[in-house]
Design a protein around this ligand. Structure first.
Ligand SMILES: Nc1ncnc2c1ncn2[C@@H]1O[C@H](COP(=O)(O)OP(=O)(O)OP(=O)(O)O)[C@@H](O)[C@H]1O
Length: 822
């Protein structure tokens, strides 16, 4: 088989970060003694493949005859020069990695006489007594060691900003014993395991190299001391594995980048030797046995690493690094953190086809080994770098956990629960300034004296809760906060009309109030703290009706005065404040359909609970009108509540507020002077009419007995009602402490009668809002707030499907200061 010359091999591509062992094959040309012998190696022109043709192999042991092709990172044919091989093999990239602070390894493997020493050490390197022509010839045939030394210093000169410290060692493993080639007198050196998991040679001499000549001197001296022996296959056979290492301390001169410790090692392994063909005897035979054992151990390491590499790291395989000193010192290069280049040397002779096939198979296995090159740092600097990374991780964890803790504390504060000691409940934005906005919880701003004071135990009230609404919900709230101007107040007129009607006078009914918006059918329950203003009349003194308007007028806000005045007028007109309240409360919650169909006969004034109604349509219409008036007087208005909050009103007279009350302070003030007396001195029939209306409404709940006395009560106010009025007139600084939303059930049914009736004047009275608002608040609030005094049944009834009326019966019990007359 002929051999054609391969072109100049191309330069290999740059190395990848995750590296497998690179393999370069070099085919030794036939020597003068090989003329006329069969050849079996064909190198492809692409410089990456070769074919081994064993068709004419004479060895009977070879089981696979025929031609086999192999592909490697680079294949250099017999005509490849030393310089070309230095470039084509990828040795430059290995040296560049060492200059950057990495560990790189170049080792030559092959049978004896295949050209390993020629490739690594050069043709005539280390041979004494050479002539001048031989030296000239050797200059062109120097091996990788000398070229590497030159290349390293060239690289150092090309990096003027980097300070390099170069040191070199040279050793050999002869008969499994490590010998220092620079100081052979040191004897056999031990191989020790390092704390980092690698191995090192103990007491190995290290030569500081100031320039290239120093490094070349180390190479020359080491090669001179290497063991060689002649046998039938090689006149200058190496009898040991040599390891030449150059250590490069790379200092960029910047504090941010610590000193790196690069290293490049070049290994010239002793060739596997068939003693039958080499005819080694005596010491040579012993050396051959030691060489073959160490190469067998190396083969086992390569096989194990190849299996692991081909599985992608999924199968962890035991790698027998400790089977020989050679594999120990190569542990960092094979499967470690090193860039590794394997040079597989083989002969072209067919007579060595079997050994060449084995070499190429090992090369294929080595090519499957994957290393993880990394920059080696000083142990202390490595520790500092690791600690810095850990501190950075911990800081990120602390930042995240602080954010989570802040959110949790905010929830605890919201529910009035104690927060863990030493963990201030900060605003989420302040506690986690770096947290992205979309990761923050919905805006839930807590502003309470307890939280600002740093107390761990927070009172449940008062507190201010801000919720975030959508545009639709915000528009609905704005409508509530700024309602359209109501029609002129006509609350006293029905009573005047009743009085005139009793006297036979006729008057057209007042303009009806606009119907409440549909969204008032939903309840927003608000809890208020009752704090009497300093000038409010004391409930202990049981103030008279005249005292209430006086106290209201004395209040700082005209709105509060108007409220008190209006309430006084309503009480006087209905003859019993509590009855009016109950009636109004009923009319406010009974539902529009019942209000439309439940109006009784006004002619049954003396028989307020008689049924069926028989007074005709006019009376029923009038009765409905009266109910509307009462409703406007006494029921809570979400509009006013919201408006009061929006306007910053501090005083809240939480009972008997009629629609448009705030818009008529002057009218109410008039009522408080003369109007109040007029109301008190109003006709008895008018009071009875209003009471009948209220009692009729109450009768729908079946609590007839409770209102019978009220219906028959005189115009003079009941003392208990007076006390209740006095108590209510000077209290209720509106402070919303918690908000809950309970959508109203679709089927509205009246609850069974109870002894304690609901009262809209209660501090915990229901506040009607729209469905959109209720739904929005339900979504915004993290969890339902359950005041401590609520019973289990009330908690159970907070489910969305709970009936509003039955809920209110339990939840908003009658205030202790307001009792219905018996
Ligand atoms: N590429 C080459 N070009 C020219 N001569 C070569 C080449 N490779 C090897 N030789 C020659 O072949 C002979 C054997 O080479 P070498 O000593 O390098 O083999 P080896 O693999 O190192 O053997 P051993 O393992 O016994 O040391 C030497 O005389 C060397 O000069």
């Amino acid at each position: 088989m002929g051999i054609f010359a391969s072109p100049t091999p191309p330069r290999p591509p740059p190395m990848e970060p995750a590296q497998r062992v690179r393999v370069a094959v070099r085919v030794r040309p036939p020597l003068d003694t090989d003329v006329g012998k069969d050849q079996c190696v064909l190198c492809h022109p692409d410089g990456k493949q070769l074919t081994l043709d064993l068709q004419n192999a004479t060895s009977g042991l070879w089981p696979m005859r025929g031609a086999r092709s192999f592909a490697f990172d680079s294949v250099c044919g017999p005509q490849t020069s030393q310089e070309e091989f230095f470039t084509a093999s990828g040795a430059r990239e290995m040296l560049d990695a060492a200059l950057d602070g990495y560990t790189a390894t170049i080792f030559a493997y092959g049978q004896t006489g295949s050209g390993k020493t020629y490739t690594v050490s050069g043709a005539v390197a280390g041979r004494a007594g050479l002539s001048a022509s031989a030296h000239a010839h050797s200059a062109a045939n120097v091996g990788l060691m000398q070229r590497a030394a030159s290349y390293l210093y060239e690289g150092i000169e090309q990096r003027p900003g980097v300070k390099y410290t170069v040191r070199a060692t040279f050793l050999e493993i002869y008969n499994e014993q490590v010998v220092d080639l620079i100081e052979p007198a040191s004897g056999v050196l031990g191989v020790r395991g390092s704390s980092s998991g690698g191995f090192y040679v103990e007491d190995l001499s290290v030569t500081q190299c100031r320039d290239e000549s120093d490094l070349q001197y180390v190479i020359q001296k080491g090669l001179e001391n290497r063991h060689r022996r002649i046998h039938s296959l090689n006149s200058e056979s190496s009898r040991s594995h040599s390891i030449f290492s150059v250590y490069l301390d790379v200092d960029d001169g910047t504090a941010s980048r610590p000193t790196r410790y690069g290293r490049v090692s070049l290994l010239d392994l002793a060739g596997s030797e068939n003693v039958r063909t080499s005819h080694s005897q005596g010491i040579g035979l012993k050396e051959a046995g030691s060489i073959n054992r160490s190469l067998f151990a190396l083969g086992q390491v390569i096989k194990a690493l190849a299996v692991e590499g081909r599985s992608g790291g999924r199968h962890a395989v035991h790698v027998p690094y400790r089977d020989s000193n050679l594999t120990k010192l190569l542990s960092d290069s094979l499967g470690g953190n090193s860039f590794t280049l394997m040079i597989a040397c083989c002969s072209t002779l067919a007579a060595y086809g079997e050994e060449s096939m084995r070499t190429l198979q090992y090369a294929c296995s080595a090519g499957a080994i994957r290393n993880r090159p990394s920059v080696k740092l000083d142990p202390q600097e490595q520790l500092i770098s690791d600690l810095k990374d850990e501190v950075l991780k911990l800081k990120q964890q602390v930042k995240y956990l602080t954010h989570e803790l802040t959110i949790s504390n905010s929830r605890l504060v919201e529910y009035g629960l104690p927060t863990p000691s030493g963990t201030p409940a900060l605003a989420p934005s302040a506690a986690a300034p770096g947290v992205p906005h979309h990761l923050l919880p919905p805006p839930l701003h807590v502003d309470s004296p307890a939280s600002s004071g740093g107390s761990s135990r927070l009172a449940p009230t008062p507190r201010q809760v801000t919720v975030c609404l959508s545009s639709l919900e915000a528009r609905a709230l704005a409508e509530l906060a700024d309602p359209p101007a109501p029609p002129p107040f006509a609350a006293p007129e029905p009573f005047v009309e009743s009085e005139r009607r009793g006297s036979g006078a006729s008057q057209s009914p007042p303009a009806p109030l606009p119907p409440p918006p549909s969204y008032l059918n939903y309840s927003l329950h608000a809890v208020y703290r009752r704090t009497p203003p300093p000038d409010a009349p004391s409930s202990a003194g049981s103030p008279t009706l005249a005292d209430a308007p006086a106290a209201a007028v004395a209040s700082a806000e005209a709105r509060a005065a108007a409220s008190a005045q209006l309430r006084a007028a309503a009480v006087a007109a209905s003859a019993d404040f509590a009855a009016a309240a109950a009636a109004a409360e009923l009319t406010g919650t009974i539902g529009s359909e019942q209000a439309a169909t439940g109006a009784g006969d006004a002619g049954e004034a003396d028989e307020p609970f008689a049924s069926p109604p028989s007074g005709g349509g006019a009376r029923r219409a009038r009765e409905r009108e009266l109910e509307k008036q009462l409703r406007s007087l006494s029921s809570f208005s979400a509009t006013e509540v919201i408006a009061a909050q929006a306007g910053g009103a501090k005083q809240w007279y939480g009972c008997g507020r009629g629609r448009g009350e705030a818009e008529r302070p002057s009218a109410s003030a008039e009522g408080s002077g003369g109007g109040g007396g007029e109301s008190r001195g109003g006709s008895r029939s008018a009071s009875r009419s209003a009471s009948r209306s209220a009692s009729r409404s109450m009768s729908r709940r079946g609590s007839r007995s409770d209102l019978e006395g009220a219906a028959a009560s005189p115009v003079a106010l009941d003392p208990r009602a007076q006390a209740a009025l006095g108590n209510l007139s000077g209290v209720d600084s509106l402070q919303e402490s918690a908000v809950q939303c309970v959508p109203r059930a679709r089927t509205h049914r009246a609850p069974p009668p109870r002894h304690g009736h609901r009262c809209p004047f209660s501090p915990n009275g229901p506040l009607h809002v729209g469905s959109d608002i209720a739904a929005a608040l339900s979504r915004c609030l993290p969890k339902p707030f359950i005041p401590p005094h609520h019973t289990r049944s009330s908690v159970r009834k907070q489910r969305p499907s709970a009936h509003v009326s039955s809920l209110s019966n339990d939840r908003f019990a009658l205030s202790p200061n307001i009792r219905l007359p018996r």
